[in-house]
Each structure stands twice: as C-alpha cells, then as structure tokens.
Design a protein around this ligand. Structure first.
Ligand SMILES: [Cu+2]
Ligand SMILES: [Zn+2]
Length: 171
C-alpha cells in the first residue's frame, strides 16, 4: 500500500517520467525519407532539455522549432511539393505571428535554440527550451531547417532557416 502511494506521488510530480525520444527523418518531396536519429525531450528545473543524437546533416547551425501539426507529410504550393509542409507553422498558441526565438514571450512558443552540427555531420550538443514543458511537445512536430536562425523575421521571415530538412512527430 505504501509503495503504491509512493509511485502515485512520483507520477504526479513528474519525477517518474523518463525522457521521451522522437525519431527524425529527412523531409522529402514524397514524404519522410531515411531516419537520421533521435532527439530526446526531458523536462528539468530550468525548462526542457532537447538532446539530439543525429547524423547525416550538413555541418553548421540549423534552425530548430516545434511546429504546429503532428505531421511530416509534404504539401503542395503552386504545384510544387513542400517537404514536411504538413507540419504547418511554428507552434504559436498565443497567435503572436512573430518569430522571436526561444527567450522572448511575445513570439512563437515553438521557437527553440538552433542545433549545432559538427564537421562529421553529427549533432549531439543539447539545447534548453526555457519556456516549454515536456508535455507541450506532444501532438506537434520537431523540425530542423537547412539554414540557421537569427530569432527574427528580418531580413528573412522565420529566422531565415529556409527549407525543412528533417522532421519528427512527437506522439
Ligand atoms: Cu521550423
Ligand atoms: Zn518562430
């Protein structure tokens, strides 16, 4: 009886929750392609830590966001396929319609710190999303972009990350 109560207490405080792992696949015109690894989502006292274990990406800094929809399916725009277009825009429950990065409450809640990919094409450096809880990620999609992210809509919209390169639905 005491053990059951203890487990219930742990569950209610969230301490018993293990990190959730999301698989990312390359975003292609015909739909998700090959798997490039995983990102783990783990809440701590500072926010939510996102730890990538990814490979086969171009070296450098890549824009990284939580997008609205639980989909990585392609869409069509002017008759051309948009890889992972089904994920929709950056998660924006407050309808700010502003891309301001992870440290500004007046923009998209789905704006995350950029991911760093090393010369070997691998990403392993963890980033912290200070405004998000682990549960916020459910029912949305994690997205890695081809370019970087300046946490602004200028000079380019949505940080200038451009094409959607890899995507994973958070179940
Ligand atoms: Cu994005
Ligand atoms: Zn944004």
């Amino acid at each position: 009886m005491k053990a059951a109560l203890f487990v219930a207490l742990l569950a209610s405080t969230g301490l018993a929750q293990a990190a959730q792992t999301v698989e990312l696949k390359l975003a292609g015109p015909d739909g998700p392609g090959k798997s490039i690894g995983t990102i783990s989502i783990e809440q701590n006292q500072y926010g939510t830590l996102l730890t990538p274990d990814l490979k086969d990406l171009p070296p450098g800094v890549h824009g990284f966001h939580l997008h609205q929809n639980a989909s990585c399916a392609p869409t069509a725009e002017n008759g051309k396929p948009v890889p992972a277009g089904g994920a929709g825009g950056h998660w924006d429950p407050d309808s700010t319609q502003a891309h301001k990065g992870p440290y500004d409450d007046s923009g998209h809640r789905g704006d995350l710190p950029a991911l760093y990919v090393g010369a070997d094409g691998k990403a392993s450096y963890p980033v912290l999303a200070p405004r998000l809880k682990a549960a916020d990620f459910k029912g949305h999609a994690l997205m890695v972009h081809a370019g970087g992210d300046n946490h602004s809509d200028h000079p380019e919209k949505l940080g200038g990350g451009g094409a959607r390169m890899a995507c994973g639905v958070v179940q």
